[in-house]
Design a protein around this ligand. Structure first.
Ligand code: 0PR
Length: 365
């Protein structure tokens, strides 16, 4: 740190130079985040100083968090939802496993999840000292139900299903996982960090929410397809007792107990996330999701004409192909199995897809 400060002009020239080193978003085809919706940005700025870690000081902001959970609960067939706004899928998944572990109270607890699960589950299992039982996926990259049944034993505290996998954009057979959860009395967590803001706005999709009686908790990230500002995740739970099982005493705050992982928590992205839902409504979200799915299929068809074979039929806006080199400056990603992966987020417009296909055509036509 310098002894003397600098002028505001110098400071912002420096910052804008650094921003200029970031990638141009319209070339980013690898991200599950996107440019936030303008109403999210406006709401975020309005609530910039708020801290949900001490909700009594920010009653209005705190009520927005309650409304956000209620809105999402309604979207996932759970009108009386409990939960809270997290920093994203990682925190939601850690907290879900923490609930499952606390509630089950096993000596050597294990978690049964698909090998396609996001790496946040590895972090969660490390932190919580849980054995992670990774179940192979079938040819369509969904968890194998027979192998799942075989892996469960009397020390299993949690089952996990993914609604919209990070790498291949498919949905696990959550109805079958729900049946297993009901029969065995095991906590079922659904990671809908990505799909949670896609599937409810499609005409037809695999059931994945609380309408299935075995689903105990669900993670959804407004900062992905919900177009909110970062960081905005939500953990939704069926029973309020599950989440209060995580409570610790907070003697000098305006509330006496807290079940969140973070202490200080930003209210700004919560206002941002709710702003998008209120402003767009179901109709507006359907339009966004239909646009992204249309672009995904245009991409798959267009790539097909240049010999790029699709790996699987996605259920959300993630397209995967057998690997071939991609020309610069396009930023794509590669799955653990080496497949080319492109996420058609809202910033990846029809025009962006056409210009990408033109470059692919120049190289491969
Ligand atoms: N669950 C699923 C299904 C996810 O896809 C992700 C993240 C998480 C949980 C964890 O969420 P947070 O990262 O919010 O904690 N999926 C993306 C991924 O790992 C996140 C991402 C976003 C990565 C933008 C890169 C990027 O540019 O691929």
């Amino acid at each position: 740190m310098n002894e003397k400060g600098c002028s505001e002009d110098t400071l912002f020239e420096y910052l804008s130079g650094k921003k200029g080193e970031d990638m141009n978003p319209s070339r980013i085809l690898s991200s599950m985040c996107t440019i936030p919706h303008p109403v999210a940005v406006r709401a975020h700025i309005m609530f910039i100083e708020t801290n949900l870690g001490d909700p009594g000081l920010f009653r209005g902001t705190s009520s927005l968090e309650q409304i956000l959970i209620e809105r999402l609960g309604n979207l996932y067939s759970l009108p009386k939802a409990s939960g809270y706004a997290t920093s994203g899928g990682t925190e939601s998944n850690i907290q879900a496993l923490r609930m499952a572990k606390t509630l089950a109270d096993k000596k050597r607890p294990n978690v049964v999840l698909p090998e396609s699960a996001h790496f946040s589950f590895k972090k969660a299992c490390d932190i919580l000292c849980l054995e992670m039982r990774s179940i192979p996926v079938d040819d369509d990259f969904r968890i194998d139900i027979e192998r799942t049944k075989e892996a469960i034993d009397d020390q299993t505290c949690c089952l996990v299903g993914i609604a919209g996998t990070t790498e291949y954009g498919v949905v696990d057979p959550i109805p079958a996982l729900s049946d297993i959860a009901v029969d065995s009395g095991i906590f079922l967590h659904v990671d809908a960090a990505f799909g949670g803001m896609v599937l409810p706005f499609m005409d037809d999709h695999t059931p994945f929410d609380f309408a299935l009686p075995g689903v105990s908790s669900l993670a959804v990230d407004p900062h992905k397809m919900g177009m909110s500002t970062i960081p905005a995740g939500c953990l939704i739970v069926r029973e309020s007792e599950s989440i209060s099982s995580l409570s610790v005493e907070t003697p000098y705050l305006t509330v006496k107990q807290e079940f969140t992982l973070s202490g200080t928590r930003p209210g700004a992205p919560v206002a941002g996330a709710l702003a998008v839902l209120e402003y767009l409504g179901r109709e507006g979200m359907r339009a966004v999701v239909h646009g992204c799915m249309k672009n995904t299929w245009r991409l798959i068809d267009g790539m097909g004409t240049f010999g790029f074979r699709r790996v699987v039929t996605p259920e959300v806006n993630v397209a995967t192909f057998l690997p071939r080199e991609i020309p610069a400056p396009w930023q794509v990603s590669w799955t653990r199995r080496g497949h080319l992966r492109i996420v058609c987020m809202p910033h990846v417009t029809a025009g962006v897809i056409e210009s990408f296909l033109e470059d692919i055509g120049e190289k491969y036509a």
